[in-house]
Design a binder for this molecule. Structure first.
Ligand code: PGA
Length: 261
């Protein structure tokens, strides 16, 4: 990672941990992380909606510098959308980052590039930061179409945004075949894709936007592979699923710098 971009390590809890389990997990995490960790890395957790309020309360009451994130939202700020949660509601809970376009949302819930673009704008409109997820399937990688697929997803989501806005975003590169499978992209392949994303942002939005944009890698990140992934020039953090549910594992990923590449 580059020294001028603060790494962002995010725990995507998906549909795991009820509000009581979420409280316990965030408290355990806070015991394991130090001031030095928070200085070196920005840490976010993304609980299910039902646990956001509880986690927010613990973070505030105990002054824990973990940042609250959400996993999804609707693009409207209110209205007749049964079952949905708006960006404004999340912002009111001190949520600062919202994952948009996770491959599970795209594949299982039919979210198109157009929906992802709308959600991304809605998150920005509520003064939060989107974590835009992009990534290719195994078939696309084997057919040599991974770079084009990801470039298309990035452009579809960011088209029409200004350079300053794009420079403040987070993109998470998550090869779909690596999510929850125990298969990680090699550090070299992950670096290649993250560099590709940064260079297409440089082409479209200029060098300043490209150099401040933070790019996470996601897909079976574990304590054992985090140091090598995080040591890559264009990887500025990780979006962690399974390993973020276990406080000890997530803490070891956050303080990966102590373990060396
Ligand atoms: P995983 O999930 O770490 O369990 O592979 C990553 C993600 O889906 O964000």
């Amino acid at each position: 990672m580059s020294s001028d971009r603060k790494p962002l390590i995010s725990g995507n809890w998906k549909m795991h941990l009820n509000h009581l389990e979420a409280i316990t997990t965030v408290q355990q995490l806070s015991y394991l992380l130090s001031e030095d960790d928070y200085e070196a890395v920005e840490v976010t957790v993304h609980p299910p909606f039902t646990a956001l309020r509880s986690v927010q309360t613990v973070l505030q009451a105990d002054r824990i510098p973990i940042v609250l994130g959400a996993q999804n939202c609707h693009w409207e700020s209110e209205g007749a959308y049964t079952g949905e949660v708006s960006p404004a509601m999340l912002a009111k809970l001190d949520v600062r980052y919202v994952i948009v376009g996770h491959s599970e949302r795209r594949q299982l819930f039919g979210e198109s590039d157009e929906i992802v673009a709308r959600k991304l704008r809605a998150v920005l409109g509520a003064a939060m930061t989107p974590i835009l997820c992009v990534g290719e399937t195994l078939e696309e990688r084997e057919e040599g179409r991974a770079l084009d697929k990801v470039a298309g997803q990035v452009r579809a989501a960011l088209d029409g945004l200004g350079a300053d806005t794009v420079g403040g975003l987070v993109v998470a590169y998550e090869p779909i075949w690596a999510i929850g499978t125990g298969r990680t992209a090699s550090a070299a392949d992950a670096q290649e894709m993250c560099a590709h994303i940064r260079s297409l942002v440089a082409d479209g939005w200029g060098p300043a936007a490209a150099s401040s944009l933070r790019i996470q890698y996601g897909g079976s990140v574990k304590p054992v592979n985090a140091p090598e992934l995080m040591a890559q020039d264009d990887i500025d953090g990780a979006l962690v699923g399974g390993a973020s549910l276990v406080a000890d594992d997530f803490a070891r990923i956050v303080n990966h710098r102590l373990y060396g590449a």
